[in-house]
Design a protein around this ligand. Structure first.
Ligand code: SF4
Length: 220
């Protein structure tokens, strides 16, 4: 018996969000169960439950039966489960590129060129900013992202402050900005052009453009 993880779903699709291996890349999603936050605009509340307990070797076998050469580990919050790190390392050993979507409350466990860490910084509209600690973002590098989900101008102005603090602390990751439905993308782009540093990346959720009527990407 090897280690296990609590899993909501494993499925192949495209990676609709930023990561070090490009938005739009074919990918196999592994969605882990449970989250330690409750963001006001969360679109994956179905991941809060406990999920199926699956042996890591069985997860790898499932991934190998699917076509994509990349894996996206998401949730929920993957890093709640300590065995997520073992899974990532085994996937890398099997030759996969892996991006990890995490909510910014856990320190990045390791660096590897085949792993890209996408760290959300939760802004005021999420109602979860009190759980953000800038030191948790200390170990990010050029293959990683800090992602800001923007719901209003107040979020945007706060993201500028946070970026300035992270830059001052020596952060070298890229910065991505993703609007929630209801916040105009054109407003976000205008704000980036007026108040950004010129290297920001807009991240629209491509899967929601391709499959606009699906609630969860699993459902298409
Ligand atoms: S961290 Fe992600 S999964 Fe957890 S509540 Fe926030 S948006 Fe939902």
């Amino acid at each position: 018996m090897t280690d296990t993880l609590n899993i909501i779903s494993i499925f192949e699709s495209i990676d609709g969000e930023v990561n070090g291996f490009h938005q739009g890349t074919l990918t196999t999603f592994i969605r882990t169960a449970q989250c330690n936050l409750r963001c006001a605009w969360c679109d994956t509340e179905y991941s809060f439950k406990s999920g199926m307990v699956i042996d890591i070797d069985d997860i790898i076998r499932t991934v190998k039966r699917l076509k994509p050469k990349k894996v996206t580990l998401t949730g929920g919050e993957p890093l709640i489960q300590k065995n997520s790190v073992s899974l990532i390392m085994k996937l890398v050993k099997e030759g996969y590129d892996v991006s990890v979507e995490t909510n910014g409350t856990f320190i990045k466990p390791f660096n590897h060129p085949k792993v890209s860490w996408v760290y959300d910084y939760k802004l005021p509209s999420s109602k979860m900013e009190q759980f953000m600690l800038l030191e948790k973002f200390n170990n990010l590098n050029e293959n990683d992202y800090v992602k800001f989900v923007i719901a209003n101008d107040n979020d945007f102005m706060r993201s500028i402050e946070i970026r300035n603090s992270l830059d001052a602390a020596g952060n070298t990751s890229k910065y991505a900005y993703s609007p929630v439905p209801g916040y105009a993308t054109s407003t976000l782009v205008d704000n980036l052009l007026k108040k950004g540093k010129g290297d920001e990346i807009l991240s629209l959720q491509i899967h929601k453009i391709i499959w606009p009527t699906c609630g969860a990407i699993e459902e298409h």
